[in-house]
Design a binder for this molecule. Structure first.
Ligand SMILES: NC(=O)C1=CN([C@@H]2O[C@H](COP(=O)(O)OP(=O)(O)OC[C@H]3O[C@@H](n4cnc5c(N)ncnc54)[C@H](O)[C@@H]3O)[C@@H](O)[C@H]2O)C=CC1
Ligand SMILES: C[C@@H](CO)CCC[C@@H](C)[C@H]1CC[C@H]2[C@@H]3[C@H](O)CC4=CC(=O)CC[C@]4(C)[C@H]3CC[C@]12C
Length: 369
């Protein structure tokens, strides 16, 4: 693939290319992959920003489609050299049913794999998640762990269950013969909590803080550390993996890589304050204002209300037993596997990542109602 005769010859497909991460992957590919001829962006909902990309040298093809529909996926994959599969239903709030989460995240991924096999597409990069590992239902900490750190990964929630199943499908598909007889080369990237421009939960916290008079109230102890990674670096890692998979198929095929960078280890809330603080918000309390047992009670109450109200309306607050458990369990990654296997170094320093995210939050101010 790296040979110069193939300059501007490659066709890439990004599923979920209009999502938070997907948009960064799309833009990163256009900036950093000189061999691109065509970039296909497949998503359930296409963004208007795609129009501006269509004037560049690379053919940008927007495809409105659903990963659960095998024929739509097959049509999008036909003729692609590389597929980056980021599409997924990211729902830990109970907005979608467990069946829908499974259908999109697991069946959707199976459809992508089968489409690669049928079309003769040899390279598949899958966006997995740290949630495939943990935090587990027992709340065991994962402290500075790497891809080989033993951890009891036991899940009940539909989202991590679906990501774990889908990741397994992708890894097991490595080596399958695709049309034409060549082996499929797959690999899975596991971001920790992604942040950066476009992050919906950061947006929600910002607006909540404004509604509360510029304050947010600490709910999680500052000692609980949460792994975070800048979206630009996650996108860069996807682009690099896609680029290196052919040359290093024997090493990288069937492997998992945590997505990491130099973002500091902090609690979820303290980390968010790195951006929300300079935008005028204040985190009240050096300790959680409410005792943990009360938060557990409120989270359980929210779950009960969600269930009771379901026939009438969708009640899906941020706080539920699962999000409380995740936010209260240390999960941090310390690894250099991506650097060793394919030369990954973060493209954005922590200072750049922070500045970019702050600028994005500041730009939102104008749009606050
Ligand atoms: N946001 C985070 O902190 C993390 C996200 N991830 C993974 O990264 C990937 C992207 O996540 P985000 O960008 O945060 O979410 P997102 O919700 O912003 O993006 C997902 C995209 O997939 C599309 N999509 C959903 N269902 C689809 C379907 N049936 N057919 C076609 N497209 C569909 C959505 O329209 C959306 O554009 C997901 O696979 C997620 O599991 C992994 C770790 C952390
Ligand atoms: C107790 C609340 C009071 O402020 C704080 C609630 C914060 C939660 C909504 C988030 C805390 C940790 C987040 C998750 C984590 O970053 C790992 C994730 C990986 C993914 O693949 C998808 C998103 C998420 C599950 C992410 C979701 C939001 C949190 C639970």
């Amino acid at each position: 693939m790296a040979d110069s005769a193939q300059a501007q010859k490659l066709v890439y497909l990004v599923t979920g290319g209009c999502g938070f991460l997907g948009e960064h992957v799309v833009r990163m590919l256009l900036q950093q992959e000189p061999r691109l001829r065509e970039l296909r962006i497949f998503d359930l909902h296409l963004g208007p920003w795609l129009e501006e990309l269509k004037t560049g040298p690379v053919q940008v093809t927007a495809i409105q489609g659903d990963v659960t529909q095998a024929h739509e996926v097959a049509a999008a994959v036909a003729g692609a050299h590389v597929v980056i599969h980021t599409a997924g239903l990211v729902d830990v709030f109970g907005r979608a049913s467990p069946e829908t989460i499974h259908e999109v995240n697991v069946q959707g991924t199976q459809n992508v794999i089968e489409a690669c096999v049928q079309a003769g597409t040899q390279f598949l990069v899958y966006t997995s998640s740290m949630e495939v590992v943990g935090p587990n239902i027992k709340g065991h900490p994962f402290y500075r762990g790497n891809e080989d750190t033993p951890y009891e990964a036991i899940h009940r929630h539909p989202y991590p269950c679906s990501k774990a199943l889908a990741e397994r499908l992708v890894l097991e598909a490595n080596g399958r013969k695709v049309r034409g007889g060549l082996p499929l080369v797959t690999c899975a990237l596991r971001p920790t909590g992604i942040y950066g421009e476009g992050h919906q939960i950061m947006r929600d916290f910002y607006h909540q803080g404004l509604r509360l008079g510029g304050r947010l109230f600490r709910a999680v102890p500052a000692s609980v550390e949460h792994g975070r990674v800048y979206v630009g670096n996650v996108a860069w890692m996807h682009v690099l993996v896609a680029r290196e998979l052919e040359q290093r198929a024997a090493l990288m095929g069937g492997q998992v890589y945590f997505c990491y960078d130099k973002s500091p280890y902090k609690s979820y809330e303290d980390f968010n304050m790195e951006f929300l603080g300079p935008c005028g918000l204040r985190l009240v309390g050096t300790r959680p204002l409410l005792p943990y047992w009360l938060l557990v009670f409120l989270a359980a109450l929210n779950a009960l209300l969600q269930w009771l109200l379901r026939p009438l309306l969708l009640y899906a607050p941020l706080l539920n037993p699962y999000t409380l458990a995740v936010a209260n369990t240390t999960f941090t990654v310390s690894t250099n596997k991506a650097q060793r296997h394919f030369g990954y170094e973060p493209l954005f320093s922590w200072e750049d990542s922070r500045t970019r995210t702050i600028r994005w939050v500041q730009a939102m101010e104008g749009s606050v109602q």
